[in-house]
Design a protein around this ligand. Structure first.
Ligand SMILES: [Zn+2]
Length: 78
């Protein structure tokens, strides 16, 4: 498989923008802060669409995504 996101996850600890690992994905500060606090939550499962994820995993991923979004918001709000 030739996927840059999956390749980046193999050495995620070396990424200077890596923040933390959650159960379903990796939290990475956006390398381009066009929007202050822009953060990526990279899913551990490769796939083109959210609806391709198994139901329980998808629910957990989306729950963690909202947690990441809230944490990012709390960090940058003024
Ligand atoms: Zn991938």
């Amino acid at each position: 498989m030739n996927c840059i996101m999956c390749e980046n996850q193999k050495n995620i600890e070396d990424d200077p923008y890596f923040i933390m690992e959650l159960e379903t994905g990796y939290v990475i500060l956006g390398w381009f802060q066009r929007f202050r606090g822009y953060t990526v939550f990279s899913c551990k499962h490769h796939g083109p669409e959210l609806h391709d994820l198994e139901h329980d995993y998808k629910v957990k991923f989306l729950e963690e995504m909202t947690t990441v979004a809230e944490a990012s918001f709390q960090c940058v709000q003024t």
